[in-house]
Every structure is written in structure tokens, then in C-alpha cells.
Design a binder for this molecule. Structure first.
Ligand code: 8ID
Ligand code: ZN
Length: 352
């Protein structure tokens, strides 16, 4: 039986760039012909949502904006053209909410590079509401046996680090430094790295994050707040002290982006994923050449990466910690995130 769809719903709305989000009732949108309406049950809170609130990236958001792009829920209405998603299916609203599907990037499964994307919770409304719209071609397919609150962070954090680890080219048995390992992406990265047969070295700050990273399976934890020599500490955690084969940069500050080339192993790969505002990459040309260092960016993942990242979760390989609070408490989550006080991820329950 089709669910009752209300006219109005609770949402968190950013009305002014740099302001607080406002918890209020707004109308429920109707899906277009190629779209689905999702009753969002849970949404993870990504640092990207905080960038959207602060407006600190060189890309404008819509205003007013409903943020959120780790939304897990149930399909409650379909557009006329939608054939392969059914009412009652479990799906995810992810960062790439839609793409043109016809440009050469979309045609070659590089849809995150589409020049006209719909970015959920950024250029189109996202999952910090009870009913969100997604393009049927792009909503993540979630198997019914998966717990919706636990899988929500996989829709961005999990997918992004899984893709980043693939882009690093690191092979089973090799070492990967995860910078920002105590955060949302980082906690997922430790789990995906382990599941992919890699040895994770965690880098972050403070005892709470250390405990979490070690419980998740990091071989070593380097505390960037107290280490006297981060470069030496990271190298010392690798065989023969040559440094990790790959570095996954997830931090939201510029310094570690400059530092990674000092400890990555010769012929190793530095993958930039975190997006600190106004930051630049700088690496010594001499070292980059003579140590043959690869430096690259990695941006979410395509629909196949999404399916694979979800499959790792469905097989029980990904168990990253999260705390659940009501959607009404989203601003408090942003305040904690601004202070770097979140170990793992927060997930909001849209019913509260
Ligand atoms: O597709 C992409 N490339 C993509 C996808 C999703 C998110 C990029 N991101 C970006 C976000 O926009 C954000 O800029 O990745 C970044 C991290 O997102 P997050 O994991 O959601 O943020 P978080 O939970 O706040 O974790 C950040 C961690 O970095 C640590 C912090 O302590 C925190 O645990 N950190 C910082 I800030 N400086 C550090 C340093 N110098 C550091 N860890 C180690 N060394
Ligand atoms: Zn995200």
C-alpha cells in the first residue's frame, strides 16, 4: 500500500550563508518525470555540509538551502519515466544527485566530472528533510537487509574513501596513511583500507580519536597535535622506514597537504580528498621528480563505485562508529564539527 505523503514536513533550512540552520516546516516537493521522492529516515552529517553553511568554497550554494547528502530512506513516489526503482525500495540520496548522462564524462562513467551536476544539499535540496527528491538514475540502491542509520555515512564518506583508496593504486599488504582518520571520512577509510587488505596508519589529534582509530584497526596512530616529528613518526610505522605507499588526505586544513610529500614512499601516491577552504598544494619539484611521487585528486565516485562501496557494507566489512541525534539538533552537530570535536560521524534521525 502506498504511504501517505504529507503536504508539509520538517526540514533544516539554511536561509543565509554563514548563518545557523533553521528547523522549520516546508512543503513536500513532487518528483519530476525522471525523479523519485524519498522518505529520508536518516542522514549523515558530512563536513561538506558545514562548508555549504559557511560558504567557504569557490562554488555557490542555492539559498534557501536544505543541505545533506548522506540520506538513507524509502521511495514513496515515482515520476512517470522511472522504471527500475519501485515504491518501497530503499535508496540513498548522495552528493551527486544527478548528472546529464549524455556528456563525454557521463558516457564514460566519470559522472562526478559532469559539467552540469545536481549536487544534493548544495545546488539542489538534499537530505536534511523528511522527503527529498533524487534522480532515479542516481539514487543509491540499498539492499533491504542493510540498517538505514548505519549505512547513511557510506553514501558519501564510505563511497568517497573507497574511491580514493582505489585511486591510490595501493595493493593488498601495502601501507596507507590516513590523514584526518578520526573524522567521518577517516573512520570509514580505516575500515575500507582494512577490508581491502591494506595496513592503515591513522593521523589525527587527541586521545578520543586515537582510541577510536585503534579500535577500528589502525596499526599506528600519529597525533598531529602532540607529535614532535610527524614525518618521522609516519615513516617509522612502515617497513624499513620508507614511508607509506599511499596517503589519503582527508583533513580540512592545508598543512598536511604540504607535508605528505615528505613522508610518502618513493613512487607512492598522495590522494587529495579533503577540501580545506582557500588551500593550495605545494610540493618540492626536486623531491617529486627524484622520488617519483604521484599527487592526485579524488572526488566522490560513480554509480558503480557506489554499488561496490555499499556491497562492502552489506557483507559486514564496514562498521564505523556513529552517533544518532534528531534532525532538530543539526546545528549542535555543526558546532561540534567546527571545533573538530567529532570522532566518527553524526547521523540525524529525521523523525525527531
Ligand atoms: O569527494 C570528495 N573529495 C569529498 C567527499 C566528502 C567530503 C571531500 N570531502 C571533504 C569535506 O568537504 C571535508 O573538507 O573531506 C573533508 C573531510 O570531511 P569529513 O571527514 O566529513 O570531516 P570531519 O569529520 O570533520 O573530519 C576531519 C578530520 O580531520 C582532522 C580533524 O581532527 C578531523 O578529525 N584534521 C584536521 I581539521 N587537521 C588535521 C591534521 N593536520 C587533521 N588530521 C590530521 N592532521
Ligand atoms: Zn560528503
Amino acid at each position: 500500500m502506498a504511504a501517505q505523503i504529507p503536504q508539509e514536513q520538517w526540514a533544516q533550512v539554511l536561509e543565509q550563508r554563514g548563518g545557523n540552520v533553521v528547523y522549520k516546516k516546508i512543503p513536500v516537493a513532487k518528483p519530476g518525470p525522471d525523479e523519485v521522492l524519498v522518505n529520508v529516515k536518516y542522514s549523515g552529517v558530512c563536513h561538506t555540509d558545514l562548508h555549504a553553511v559557511k560558504g567557504d568554497w569557490p562554488l555557490a550554494t542555492k539559498i534557501p538551502l536544505v543541505g545533506g547528502h548522506e540520506g538513507a530512506g524509502v521511495v514513496v513516489a515515482l515520476g512517470d519515466l522511472v522504471k527500475d526503482v519501485k515504491i518501497g525500495d530503499h535508496v540513498g540520496i548522495k552528493w551527486l544527485g544527478g548528472s546529464c548522462l549524455s556528456c563525454s564524462f557521463c558516457r564514460t562513467a566519470n559522472e562526478p566530472l559532469c559539467p552540469t551536476p545536481d549536487l544534493s544539499g548544495y545546488t539542489v535540496d538534499g537530505s536534511f528533510q523528511q522527503y527529498a527528491i533524487g534522480k532515479a538514475a542516481h539514487v543509491a540502491r540499498i539492499p533491504k537487509e542493510c540498517n538505514l542509520e548505519a549505512i547513511a555515512p557510506v553514501l558519501c564518506a564510505g563511497l568517497t574513501v573507497y574511491k580514493g583508496l582505489k585511486e591510490s593504486g595501493a595493493k593488498p599488504g601495502e601501507f596507507v596513511a590516513i590523514v584526518g582518520a578520526g573524522g567521518g571520512l577517516g573512520s570509514m577509510a580505516i575500515q575500507y583500507a582494512r577490508a581491502m587488505g591494506l595496513h592503515p596508519i591513522a593521523i589525527d589529534g587527541g586521545a578520543e580519536k586515537e582510541k577510536m582509530c585503534k579500535e577500528l584497526g589502525a596499526n599506528t596512530y600519529v597525533d598531529f597535535l602532540s607529535s614532535k616529528n610527524i614525518v618521522e613518526d609516519v615513516k617509522a610505522a612502515t617497513p624499513e622506514g620508507y614511508g607509506p605507499h599511499a596517503v589519503l588526505l582527508l583533513a580540512v586544513t592545508e598543512k598536511p597537504f604540504q607535508q605528505a610529500s615528505e613522508y610518502v614512499r618513493p613512487h607512492g601516491t598522495i590522494v587529495c580528498v579533503g577540501l580545506p577552504a582557500n588551500a593550495y598544494l605545494k610540493a618540492p619539484v626536486f623531491d617529486t621528480v627524484t622520488r617519483m611521487i604521484n599527487i592526485k585528486g579524488s572526488y566522490v565516485g560513480n554509480r558503480q563505485d557506489t554499488a561496490e562501496a555499499i556491497d562492502f557494507f552489506a557483507r559486514g566489512l564496514i562498521k564505523a562508529p556513529y552517533k544518532v541525534v534528531g534532525l532538530s539538533q543539526l546545528q549542535e552537530v555543526f558546532d561540534l564539527m567546527s571545533a573538530n570535536k567529532i570522532a566518527g560521524r553524526y547521523v540525524v534521525d529525521t523523525s525527531k
